[in-house]
Design a protein around this ligand. Structure first.
Ligand code: ZN
Length: 322
């Protein structure tokens, strides 16, 4: 009954029965296939399944902590379970990650209103430069501001009202960024960042949605006590997943960057927000080739265009729910 408590306003879908196997609440992938009317094929018996219909393809592999939806890597809270020649997915992952991406219609009662105001949060600023590549003269705080301004232009042109959490190079505490978004009555919130890693070979783009209740974030494999707490952001679980999917989808299709996936984290800027939200890591300043590209305004504009297009796709999916 944990799920009902978490789901709150969302009616559970009775068509796919949850089972307890090895102490885990899971659903059988073949039941998912029947429920969604997707054709199921064993790519490797007992190990790897592909589900497909004319619009969607889902690839699921035993023990993996991610699946592919239309070739977009989607992180799961718990690994796929193999049991007696069947594959099982965690019930929360099924209900709050797969289902909203594939048929958001199922969440109609909690559907957000039309998107009017979008708040974009350029990460870091002022005394906090964020990630730095000295050699290439790159600072994350300047990149996030540049790309946020460009996203603003694209989305304004598409008819949205777009506000930034900072309009110059100033420091804003993480908690204050959500306060600003809530004050502007944001219908959607995007926090823009760039990555860095001591290992210069790390590369690619990733999008974060707030972690589901009772699940560990992607960076960890087991839960801690605080993972059981309900946050403001969890009211939007299905919509956070749908938004994150569409942004990551555009980023990997529009750019030839490595797909690091839609991931989960309990970031402060995602936690207390009163609307669907995503945090986007648009590449590693520490990767030589990426750093070279980030110096180029055309490339930064491509990044912005793809983020904006992801938002437009998401907005269209919401509007299509009747
Ligand atoms: Zn950052």
């Amino acid at each position: 009954m944990v799920l009902l408590a978490c789901a709150g306003h969302v009616a559970l879908n009775g068509a796919v029965q949850s089972k307890t196997i090895a102490g885990r609440e899971v659903v059988n992938v073949s039941d998912i296939s029947n429920h969604l009317g997707m054709k199921m094929r064993w790519v490797e018996r007992g190990e790897r399944i592909s589900l497909a219909n004319q619009w969607t393809r889902i690839d699921i592999g035993s023990k993996e902590r991610h699946i592919l939806i239309n070739n977009v890597r989607i992180s799961l809270g718990r690994p796929v379970l193999a049991y007696r020649n069947q594959l099982y997915i965690d019930t929360l992952d099924w209900h709050f990650t797969l289902l909203p991406v594939i048929t958001p219609q199922q969440f109609k009662p909690s559907k957000p209103g039309p998107i009017r105001t979008i708040v974009i949060d350029p990460g870091h600023g002022g005394k906090d430069p964020g990630a730095v590549n000295k050699q290439m003269g790159l600072q994350e705080k300047s990149l996030t501001f540049d790309v946020s301004k460009r996203i603003q232009q694209h989305l304004t042109r598409a008819g949205f009202r777009v506000v930034l959490t900072r309009e110059n190079d100033t420091f804003i505490a993480l908690e204050d960024r959500t306060v600003i978004a809530n004050r502007h009555k944001a219908d959607l919130f995007l926090s823009i960042h760039f990555n860095s890693h001591a290992d210069g070979s790390a590369q690619g783009v990733e999008t974060f949605a707030f972690t589901l209740i009772n699940h560990p974030s992607t960076a960890r494999s087991s839960t801690v006590k605080s993972d059981r707490l309900h946050a403001q952001a969890n009211r939007h679980d299905p919509w956070n997943a749908l938004l994150g999917y569409h942004i990551q989808n555009r980023l990997i299709r529009g750019l030839s960057e490595r797909d690091r996936g839609l991931k989960r984290a309990r970031f402060t800027v995602l936690r207390d927000i009163r609307c669907p939200a995503a945090l986007i890591e648009l590449g590693f300043v520490s990767h030589p080739e990426t750093a070279r590209k980030l110096k180029n305004a055309n490339y930064r504009n491509q990044l912005a265009q793809n983020v904006a297009q992801g938002v437009i796709d998401y907005s269209a999916r919401i509007q299509a729910i009747r």
